[in-house]
Design a protein around this ligand. Structure first.
Ligand code: UDP
Length: 328
């Protein structure tokens, strides 16, 4: 099949590209390399079944051509990371919503199967753990910029479901919960790469707040497995489905585990949220997915644990540091 992956040089998109390429599909990646990295797909360049186009999904003429000629669309292009959202709120809202509008519009015109990733951020401050797809969404006031990301993604979800409702566009919406693994950079503030990189360098790990807030981290390889199944399952069309892992850990616990597993001598430093993100930030205390729907619809069950994640990410950073030292 011909498969188009927007944001295919990004963290999740590039793992998806690898998986689908290895299954023998013809892959086109469109990425403007804003947060994606060429190195994530470099190994695929030059392969007959792989094409990289460096451009934005807002280039409508190009997107129309690409979507018309493809069989499946994974719209992985998005602004990512809480830090980016706090620093560039205008760009975040625009790229998320306008990009999805362009993709869904052409998928509708040419009747193409499409997967739209959303995020566990949309559950916001919801307190009824675990989060189920039909739960109410509870975000904060509009002067707390963090919630712009959740609201833009919520609007994407509404638009996708509206296309399904009006014309039965075969679209699947997936809510990704803290997806982590090799290739994710710490540059946009994500906790797992930052902690592991600091631990390996024996530098302090910075915990925001008191570290009692918790998350569930899903290994990117489990996630891409779920996404490829979802787009092939007609029962998933017009549905919103959580994907992630339901093993919960406090951020303090994560820091301790990262230090222990890497044999690090790092200390843990606690800083207030305002120091990390500036004013206008609110965090959520817990975020746990219900995976019941993903299990029921596509038999999804994460197979990789937090220990596997830490080992895989640590291995990547060890390799990168070795390469840096060799160059120096
Ligand atoms: N966090 C932290 N130290 C860091 C980066 C993040 O304590 O260096 C915290 C952050 O405030 C949040 C949690 O770790 O409570 C997860 O942050 P991340 O940005 O990875 O994902 P989020 O769940 O906030 O989207």
């Amino acid at each position: 099949m011909k498969i188009l992956i927007t944001g295919g040089a990004g963290f999740v998109g590039s793992h998806l590209a690898d998986k689908l390429f290895n299954e023998g599909h013809e892959i086109t990646v469109i990425d403007d390399l804003s947060t994606g990295r060429y190195s994530n797909v470099e190994h695929l360049e030059g392969e007959k079944n792989f094409r990289l186009i460096i451009d934005t999904v807002l280039n409508e003429k190009l997107m129309e051509e690409l979507i018309r000629e493809t069989d499946r669309v994974f719209h992985m292009a998005s602004a990512v990371g809480v830090r980016l959202i706090m620093e560039h709120p205008v760009k975040t809202i625009e790229t998320i919503f306008r990009g999805t509008d362009v993709v869904l519009g052409f998928c509708s015109r040419y009747r193409k199967r499409v997967l739209i990733p959303s995020t566990s951020e949309v559950y916001g401050k919801g307190a009824s753990v675990p989060f189920r797809e039909e739960d109410d969404l509870l975000t904060g006031s509009t002067d707390k910029h963090r919630w712009a990301y959740a609201c833009a993604k919520t609007l994407d979800e509404f638009l996708a479901l509206a296309h399904w409702k009006e014309t039965r566009l075969p679209v699947v919406v997936v809510r990704l919960f803290n997806t982590v693994g090799p290739r994710q950079t710490g540059q946009y503030g994500m906790v797992v790469p930052n902690f592991i990189k600091s631990a390996i360098k024996n530098e302090p790990l910075t915990v925001h707040g008191d570290g009692t807030q918790s998350r569930c981290f899903g290994h990117v390889l489990d996630i891409v497995e779920g996404l490829t199944k979802a787009i092939e399952s007609p029962e998933c069309f017009g549905q919103v489905i959580n994907f992630g892992n339901d093993e919960e850990v406090s951020i303090k616990g994560l820091a301790e585990k990262a230090i222990a597993m890497t044999g690090s001598t790092s200390e843990i430093r606690y800083i207030p949220y305002t120091e990390a993100y500036g004013e206008g930030f609110e965090d959520m205390q817990r975020r746990v997915p219900s995976l019941e729907k993903a299990q029921r619809l596509v038999g999804y069950k994460p197979t990789r644990t937090l220990d596997d994640i830490i080992n895989d990410v640590a291995e990547q950073f060890h390799d990168e540091l070795k390469a840096e030292t060799a160059k120096a």
